[in-house]
Design a binder for this molecule. Structure first.
Ligand code: HPA
Length: 270
């Protein structure tokens, strides 16, 4: 039973820290450094937490971190597991469900994504206004867990408008290059073909990536306020000549990691 598993994970985490987080942050590819900037109370490897699956991808350390920024108690998922690693959707969203049940009200999801708009530049940020689920799956398929949420959750405001406005203002004030757009969530692990990228642009996508969508769905099911930030690490296939590589994705994220850490800290504390 998922509920029982969530309860066991939380019991284990609560033995390590008394912090009652109000905000959750999931750190994507190359953006793990943010976690080192907070006042850490405890840092637990996923492999120690009952029912957590350790991530297998380079650039994704797997730690659950509890701590504070100024007076805000928060929990960080430093690294995530992905559907393409072979995990079930239930496993992919399990850590999100755990931190939601720990009492957070707001979840900030971050990721690396390929830009679909030629006006974008690697290193830009994109605030996620909405998403298109193209994974071919959904973490809520199966019997509904009534204790977590409704059978048919509303997704009309998957990404919180108020948080997005605040984030837009902050990035504008800090003169950080950014846009607001639609995130297309695909399964991966292949990067897209040029024809797929054309398709994604046609259906209204602004960026494409292999994460976030299942987590947003699970978080909305549980009634959280969600905010998503993509680091545009590269332009998707066919927008510029050349190949897309994981090295480029990691390198770009690393370059803007300091900037990212700075604005995320500001965002959470103001
Ligand atoms: N496509 C899909 N996922 C990604 C990309 C991309 O171009 N860049 C970073 N994650």
């Amino acid at each position: 039973m998922i509920l029982q598993k969530i309860k066991e994970s939380i019991e284990f985490i609560r033995e390590q820290s008394q912090i009652k987080p109000k905000v959750g942050v999931t750190l994507g590819s190359g953006l793990a450094q943010f976690a080192e900037q907070i006042d850490i109370d405890c840092k637990i490897p996923y492999s120690d937490i009952p029912h957590f699956s350790p991530p297998s991808v380079d650039g994704h350390p797997g730690h659950l971190i509890l701590g504070k920024i100024n007076e805000t108690p928060l929990v960080i998922l430093q690294g995530r597991i992905h559907y393409y690693e072979g995990h079930t959707m239930e496993q992919v969203v399990f850590p999100t469900r755990v931190i939601a049940q720990m009492g957070i009200e707001t979840l900030i999801l971050t990721n690396a994504a390929g830009g679909l708009d030629p006006a974008m530049k690697p290193g830009d940020f994109m605030i996620i206004s909405d998403h298109i689920n193209l994974t071919g799956n959904n973490p809520l398929i199966g019997p509904n867990i009534q204790e977590l949420g409704l059978r048919f959750p509303d997704m009309s405001e998957a990404y919180d408008r108020e948080l997005n406005s605040k984030l837009l203002k902050l990035l504008t004030d800090l003169k950080i290059r950014h846009s607001l757009g639609v995130y297309c969530g695909v399964s991966g692990p292949t990067y897209e073909t040029a024809a797929e990228v054309k398709f994604l642009r046609t259906i209204g996508g602004s960026a494409v990536g292999m994460s976030t969508v299942p987590e947003t769905i699970a978080a909305k099911h549980m009634g959280l306020r969600v905010c998503g930030i993509s680091c545009i690490t590269n332009l998707a296939t066919g927008i510029l000549p050349g190949k897309v590589t994981h090295e480029e994705v990691k390198e770009t994220a690393k370059k803007v990691e300091e900037q990212f850490t700075h604005f995320l800290k500001e965002f959470i504390t103001h």
